[in-house]
Design a protein around this ligand. Structure first.
Ligand code: HEC
Length: 332
């Protein structure tokens, strides 16, 4: 079904992270307020640029109600130029956001599942037109295959998604361990997939810190000290707070804490939650809109164990901030 697109991905994944960094992300970190970009098509229509700017404003404001407006502008741009990989990816991300934070809606409609199908379709489209490989889009595309597989109870589609997810991890582990593990956080706490997903979060912490973190006693200095000197652009982008993900570290540790609670290990979870707050170099913590959520999580860690095992909607993955925890900068 996907053979049209994937063989190239496999090849690139084998070439490895270093070559990829040079080819795709070798450019310097852009100055603030200029949105960093996916590899761009040679020419873009003016509407695509307007639509991107509306896209970033909406996501950074956590303006979930603004999704239809941003989507219709992006889609108008897409219809004029379906070969623009960035426009296609951003249409996909808006569908992804809408389904991910569906608990914001007063009433849940079964129609929401269409967003998963559309997200995957537009990520596919983005990949097939991208002038170079983007492991982030590959990772999102993979997890939306898994989500679709769950919706349609199609284990083959789910397994196909996971295998693409593993390729995306090979290409950019620090980004995609989180992405793939995040979706697997919804699996039962006793399952092998859930345990592997938690392991993926620890691996991210180890890789970002360039160390082996003491899992019984993770401290900010050991987990994050190395990031102050980090010069590898892929690591910096996946492991620190950036223009694209201004509260990446806070969101990452909030989710990891939730997963540890679900695993039953609530004492370690409390320490991991505190990495979000206490981490040196987490500039921006004071402007993070979800500090109250974190405080409550630390306080209620023990009693949340059975609750999180029972109801995935209580985890960050099923929450009203499953994207906004990392991407929203404005308190609403
Ligand atoms: C744990 C934090 C975290 C969560 C949760 C998260 N992201 Fe991200 N997101 C990141 C990081 C890190 C990047 C990569 C930053 C980079 O490329 O420099 C990223 C990249 C992106 C991009 C950039 C695409 C581009 O054009 O460059 C978009 C859009 C995006 N995420 C949307 C989402 C959506 C939608 C969700 C929810 C389904 C989500 N993210 C959940 C951290 C997060």
């Amino acid at each position: 079904m996907t053979s049209r697109v994937w063989p190239i991905r496999r090849l690139v994944a084998v070439i490895g992270t270093l070559a990829l960094g040079a080819a795709t992300f070798g450019c310097a970190v852009p100055p603030p307020e200029i949105p960093p970009q996916l590899p761009l098509a040679a020419t873009r229509i003016p509407l695509a640029i307007t639509a991107d700017s509306l896209f970033w404003r909406t996501l950074r404001a956590g303006d979930y109600e603004g999704i239809p407006r941003a989507l219709s502008t992006l889609q108008a741009a897409y219809l004029q130029n379906p070969a623009d990989a960035q426009t296609a990816a951003h249409v996909g991300f808006l569908h992804a956001w809408r389904i991910a934070e569906r608990s914001r809606m007063a009433q849940n409609s079964p129609l929401i599942t269409d967003d998963a199908i559309l997200a995957r379709r537009y990520f596919d489209q983005s990949e097939s037109h991208a002038p170079s490989y983007d492991a982030r889009i590959h990772g999102f595309d993979a997890v939306f295959r898994m989500i679709e597989g769950d919706i349609h109870r199609d284990p083959e589609l789910w397994a196909d998604g996971l295998s693409h997810g593993r390729e995306a991890i090979t290409a950019w582990p620090e980004f995609n361990w989180f992405t793939i593990g995040y979706v697997l956080s919804a699996k039962p706490d006793t399952s092998a997939y859930f345990r592997e997903a938690l392991e993926m979060q620890w691996k991210t912490v180890d890789a970002c810190g360039r160390t082996k973190v003491d899992r019984a006693n993770p401290t900010a200095e050991i987990a994050l000290g190395a990031l102050r000197m980090e010069s590898d652009p892929l690591r910096k982008r996946a492991c620190t707070n950036t223009w694209i993900a201004p509260h990446n570290m806070e969101g990452f540790f909030l989710n990891m804490g939730d997963m540890l609670v679900k695993s039953g290990n609530w004492r370690t979870a409390q320490k991991v939650y505190l990495l979000a707050r206490g981490a040196q170099g987490v500039e921006g913590y004071s402007t993070w809109p979800f500090q109250d959520v974190l405080d409550a999580r630390v306080r209620d860690a023990e009693q949340n164990v059975p609750a999180f095992r029972r109801d995935n909607g209580l985890l960050m993955f099923g929450s009203k901030f499953s994207c906004s925890a990392c991407h929203q900068t404005v308190v609403r």
